[in-house]
Every structure is written in C-alpha cells, then in structure tokens.
Design a binder for this molecule. Structure first.
Ligand SMILES: [Zn+2]
Length: 306
C-alpha cells in the first residue's frame, strides 16, 4: 500500500518532470545557438540576422553540447548537390559571414534552384568560435580538419604533426582518427546527402585549392568523370596544392573522389567579411550551378571503426 511518505516523494521529485512546475520550457538547442550567434555578430557590426526563417537541422553535438547545424535547400532528388562547410577552424571569422549569407541568399531563391540542391553547415566548430579567445581547434584541442580517417592517418598523422609541424598544438590531429564529433558531423553529412561537390570556406591564406580526381588519379576514377571534375577546377581557377593526413580534401577529394574546393579568404578580419561576400559569392554560385556527373557520391560506403 502506498503511504503518505511515498506520495510526498512522488510530488516533490516527479512533478517537475511532468511539466507542472512554473519554470519556463527548455530552450530549443537551435534557439540557444541563434542567440549566441546574434550576440557574437553584434560585436562584428555585421548587418545580418542569422536565423530568421531558416529551418536549421541538427547533425551532431559539439564537445561542449552545442548543436552542429546545417540547412538544406532544393529537391531531395536533385542531380546536382553541393555541400558547403564554413568555420571549421573557430578563429576564422570571415567564413562564418559567407556561410550565413549564403544560407539566406539561397533561401530567397529556392524556387529558382531547379535541379540544384545545396546543404550548408555555416559553423562546423562552434566551441572554437565561441571560446574566449577563439581557437582554431575544438574544445578538446583537436584540429578537426586533421581528424578524418584517411588511409594515411594511422601511419602519418601524428608523425607529420610532430616532425613537420613541430607538435604545434593548433594542428593536433587527435589521438585517433574520427575521434571528434565535429569531424564525424562532416563525414556523416557527406554520406547522408551524397554531394557531387564540396566547398569548405576558410581564411586567411587567400587561395582556392582543389582536391579530387585529376590526371594523376586516372587509375582510380573514370577518364570522363575526371575530365568533368577538371573542367570545374579550371572554371574556378583553383589550384591543386598538397594535402594533409586527416584533412577533408584528402578524405573527400582524394579518397572518395568528390571534387572538394577549399576557399581560403584573404583574412579573418570581420570588417572585411562583407567585401569578401561581394568578391567571392559569384564564384561560389558558379560552383553550385556547375553540374558534375554523379559518379563518386554513388560509391560512398559507410565507414566502420571509430
Ligand atoms: Zn582553416
């Protein structure tokens, strides 16, 4: 039989969970994220409202519990899908402006997308961005652009970090590949949306890098497909530099064969962000419209291990 003590226990400990308390309902994670972004961009004096009318989706959670968000536009069955990442390194401020502007620009033109689909994750590393001071790495001190499970990661990632980068903490690849939620978020988005091409926006090195099928990889990818990828590279004047163990370009571009462009804006100075949008948005739109055959994305296989 239930005695009064039990009833008291239930009243005190369970009632709040059933919503009878006077406390306000918990905030949606994306509302909190929007509030944080609004206050951050207020300091930069950007004329930009980050969230109005945007249906953010959550694709993961950062080490500090922030949502890893993205927005999707266009027909699910579109033949031409572009995946865009920005602010992979939390101390690179200008890429966030371009990522958010692009979300709004595309939202306003959704009806004109036709056979084009665009998925944008404008703040891949929120913990690095919101930390004081901002950090390139995530909250565990890992460079999430050195943490992808590329074939050379086990033998070369830590070795390259120690020798080539003199154990620079800003470039630490993690103790294992795929150890960081922000890296997994990008990998899972690639496997979910099957993009025909990927753009990752960084700063401040001022170049456009191409990783993907090229004449050097004709044994791996069909000649026709490689030719179309190269047409994309040429139309954007992208150069093919090197790549690092665990980087997105190495993982998606070189190994999966999805043309992956890395736009390095000329600086991380927030006062220059609007100018960079004007300067680079035409090229980004051109890339979105460019149709690459659906070859590599069809061959995406789920990755095992952790
Ligand atoms: Zn970067």
């Amino acid at each position: 039989m239930m005695c009064w003590k039990n009833i008291l226990f239930i009243s005190v400990f369970l009632i709040p969970y059933f919503g009878f308390s006077n406390s306000p309902p918990p905030e949606e994670p994306t509302q909190k994220w929007c509030a944080e972004i609004r206050s951050a961009i207020l300091q930069f004096k950007w004329k930009l409202e980050p969230c109005n009318g945007i249906q953010w989706q959550i694709g993961g959670t950062s080490i500090k519990g922030r949502p890893l968000v993205y927005a999707e536009f266009g027909d699910l069955n579109a033949e031409n899908t572009t995946l865009i990442f920005s602010t992979v390194h939390g101390d690179e401020i200008t890429p966030l402006y371009l990522g958010l502007q692009l979300v709004h620009w595309i939202k306003e033109r959704q009806n004109e997308l036709g056979k084009t689909r665009v998925i944008i994750a404008p703040l891949v590393n929120p913990d690095g961005f919101f930390s004081i001071p901002k950090t390139r790495m995530n909250a565990r001190g890992v460079d999430i652009n050195r943490n992808f499970a590329t074939q050379d990661w086990p033998t070369r990632a830590l070795q390259a970090w120690k020798n080539r980068f003199k154990s620079d903490p800003r470039r630490f690849p993690g103790n294992h590949a795929r150890s960081e939620p922000e890296t997994l978020f990008q990998e899972q988005l690639i496997k979910k949306v099957h993009p025909q091409k990927i753009l990752s926006i960084h700063s401040p090195l001022n170049f456009l890098d191409y990783d993907g099928p090229s004449k050097l990889t004709l044994s791996q990818f069909p000649r026709d497909y490689t030719r179309e990828c190269d047409r994309l590279r040429k139309s954007l004047n992208a150069i093919s530099g090197g790549f690092f163990p665990g980087s997105l370009g190495n993982f998606a571009g070189r190994e999966l064969g999805i043309p992956t462009l890395t736009l390095e804006l000329p600086s991380a100075n927030p006062r220059e962000a609007e100018r960079y949008w004007k300067q680079f948005s035409h090229g980004i739109r051109k890339m979105i419209q460019f149709s690459v055959p659906d070859y590599a994305s069809r061959n995406l296989k789920p990755q095992s291990g952790g």
